[in-house]
Design a binder for this molecule. Structure first.
Ligand SMILES: Nc1ncnc2c1ncn2[C@@H]1O[C@H](COP(=O)(O)OP(=O)(O)OP(=O)(O)O)[C@@H](O)[C@H]1O
Ligand SMILES: [Mg+2]
Length: 623
């Protein structure tokens, strides 16, 4: 028989079934052999890390060992990324999104079921959750009894950490929903996951060789996420205002109002996430709120229009539009599209940082937009839209249908397609998409845009090389946008044009600020402040103006604005931090890229970027 626990208070050795010390009445607790968390004597699994307690059977021990250290459960490609950026990260302040997921119902299950069974079910649930977190390149930092805590934005930096975290939360809900249905069917047991998310700063501590990352939250970043998770109902995902501000435009949400959270004096605004919206870019999200009036870029627009003139005459062109994040690549194309209007058919596909591992992602995006396929369309509707769109261009295109449908993940209507050798099928898909585009361009000149090709997946890259050869002899203007530092795979041709976007000249910046503030009278100190902070970078101009407004640093006076705070009190907005931090991480982890970037964007800018970071550090150090 197992010995009882020694009382931590009076050292009395109690009988095996005692929950309280029979001499002094103190509650008896035994430390978990894995994480040392104190657990009740009758606990079968550690409340913090899920470690089986009290000598469970070998099989379940194996499962919990799988979660004992991050090294055991972090996929290799992520582990490598973390370890290469390790030294650059330690001691950094990072903006992150924290996700707490809790599988409510598991604890009550453990009373009704065999412990080994519960452990098996929990292991499966944990594995499903981990897979979703890793899909979006987050890391699981802690296992907490019935749930997990995951971080996005550190140790792997991502400027879209909030979006990634919300996508992961939706993914977790979906995966566990499937798991739930299955065990409900087999065992009649039910459980649901509730999740809470918040965004804020953390200071990254040391990262061990087992990938365990220590960090300190600045303020109550983690606490708010945990509390939001606790307040919500099972099956729901709740986000704080900070997360909402970064991710709102990409998801359908519902305002829950102000919630009182334990440990917070002030109520906290919270939203429920309903579902993801169709693929959207930052510019589309911004356009909904109203874009700043377009300024400058006359020369670049002119160049694009000249290329289009050649295209109209049958001499297809390829344009590379290059520049750092937020410099105005997408906006320039938005303006070009408006100028061209009905003169051209515009087809556009986007690569996403989330989509690098998804084959053909931008091509699928392009086709979906072209056929006006909505996220919510059922399979039959998608098939119908594809058929109609294609056959409108000619009955002879009918043989392409099964391949286009296959690419869009709907029934190809031809069994042979699914059974085909993948290489051969890929060739047919390439052919189908190209035929469709070229046929379209015979009806009306086509502008084919692939945005952000620095995130392009291998399959799309292969297609692009194949497709590019048809450009010079068709009425096609192929435009590829990418961020500085990427080398495109299409080589050099006479029909290629490269347009590199630089920062805006001062007069254009001033015009943009005036437009953004809706005023013609701009006091000199305010003008100087914005110009100094944003340095002609359109995205920064917008963000600086936005944050000056938000923090009440500027005040309307008559038909103009004046500074209402001291200059030193003005803090650089979060979004800028994210973009820059993500870039700096990349710079530091790959010296080759640093050189590449420096040679393209010029040392002067890199230096300024670093200065700006230094400024952010000083500021955050003060809080
Ligand atoms: N010439 C301009 N005039 C006015 N606003 C601009 C101009 N260029 C860019 N902007 C604004 O700046 C913001 C960033 O621009 P945009 O999204 O086009 O950048 P980008 O180069 O495509 O960045 P990313 O690489 O992140 O996609 C947008 O809100 C856009 O409306
Ligand atoms: Mg863009």
């Amino acid at each position: 028989m197992k010995d009882g626990l020694d009382c931590a208070q009076c050292r009395f050795q109690n009988e095996a079934d005692a929950a309280f010390c029979t001499r002094c009445g103190a509650r008896l607790e035994s430390p978990c052999p894995n994480c040392q968390a104190p657990n009740a004597p009758d606990a079968r699994f550690c409340k913090r890390c899920g470690q089986a307690l009290g000598g469970p059977p070998a099989s379940s021990q194996g499962a919990s060992a799988g979660f004992a250290s991050p090294q055991a459960y972090t996929p290799r490609h992520l582990a490598e990324k973390i370890l290469t950026s390790k030294s650059a990260l330690e001691g950094e302040r990072k903006q992150v999104t924290v996700l707490f997921a809790d599988v409510s119902g598991f604890t009550s299950l453990s009373e009704r079921l065999d412990p080994e069974d519960v452990h098996g079910l929990m292991t499966q649930a944990f594995e499903l959750m981990l897979a979703e977190v890793h899909r979006y390149e987050g890391t699981v930092n802690q296992f907490l009894g019935d749930g997990i805590m995951a971080l996005f934005g550190a140790p792997i930096a991502h400027e879209d950490h909030a979006q990634r975290a919300v996508h992961a939360a939706l993914g977790i809900r979906k995966a566990l929903e499937g798991h739930r249905e299955e065990i409900q069917r087999i065992r009649g047991i039910s459980f649901r996951v509730r999740q809470g998310l918040n965004t804020g700063l953390v200071v990254v501590g040391s990262i061990g060789s087992d990938l365990r990352m220590d960090y300190t939250a600045v303020g109550d970043t983690t606490n708010v996420a945990a509390r939001l998770q606790q307040t919500t109902e099972p099956g729901r995902i709740v986000i704080s205002e900070a997360t909402y501000r970064l991710a709102a435009g990409y998801f359908y949400t519902r305002l829950l109002g102000e919630l009182s959270l334990k440990g917070k004096a002030e109520p906290v605004k919270a939203w429920e996430v309903i579902s993801a919206r169709e693929a959207r870019t930052r510019l589309e999200v911004e356009a909904e709120r109203g874009l700043s009036p377009f300024v400058g870029r006359e020369r670049e627009l002119q160049l694009l229009l000249e290329c289009f003139e050649k295209v109209k005459a049958g001499h297809g062109q390829v344009v590379f539009l290059v520049g750092e994040p937020g410099i105005g690549k997408s906006r320039l194309l938005y303006e070009l599209r408006r100028r061209l209007g009905e003169e051209a058919t515009w087809v556009e596909g986007r690569c996403m940082s989330l989509g690098r591992d998804m084959g053909f992602h931008p091509l699928i995006d392009l086709l979906k937009r072209n056929f006006r396929i909505e996220e919510s369309d059922p399979e039959a509707t998608i098939a119908k839209k594809v058929d109609r769109g294609v056959l409108l261009l000619g009955e002879d295109l009918r043989p392409t249908l099964p391949y286009l449908r296959y690419l869009l993940s709907v029934d190809p209507g031809d069994r042979a397609v699914a059974a085909m050798d993948p290489r051969a099928r890929r060739g047919e898909i390439f052919d189908a998409v190209r035929k469709l585009t070229i046929r379209g361009s015979q009806v009306r000149p086509h502008v084919v845009v692939l945005e952000d090709v620095h995130w392009m997946d291998k399959a799309t890259e292969e297609y692009l090389r194949f497709f590019a050869d048809s450009v010079p002899t068709s009425r096609l203007l192929l435009i590829l946008t990418y961020r500085t530092g990427y080398a495109h795979p299409l080589g050099e041709r006479t029909y290629h044009t490269r347009i590199a976007l630089d920062v805006l000249p001062t007069d254009a910046s001033v015009e943009m600020v005036r437009g953004a503030l809706g005023t013609q009278s701009l006091p000199e100190d305010l003008r100087a402040l914005i110009l100094r902070k944003a340095e002609g970078h359109p995205f920064f101009i917008e963000e600086v103006v936005k944050s000056l407004r938000e923090v009440g640093a500027i005040r309307q006076q008559g038909d103009g604005y004046v500074l209402a705070k001291r200059l030193e009190e003005v803090v650089v907005p979060d979004t800028i931090q994210d973009v820059i931090m993500a870039r700096i991480d990349r710079l530091e982890e790959a010296p080759k890229r640093t050189l590449q970037l420096a040679s393209v964007i010029g040392r002067e800018f890199t230096r300024r970027l670093l200065d700006r970071i230094a400024e952010i550090r000083e500021r955050t150090e003060e809080c």
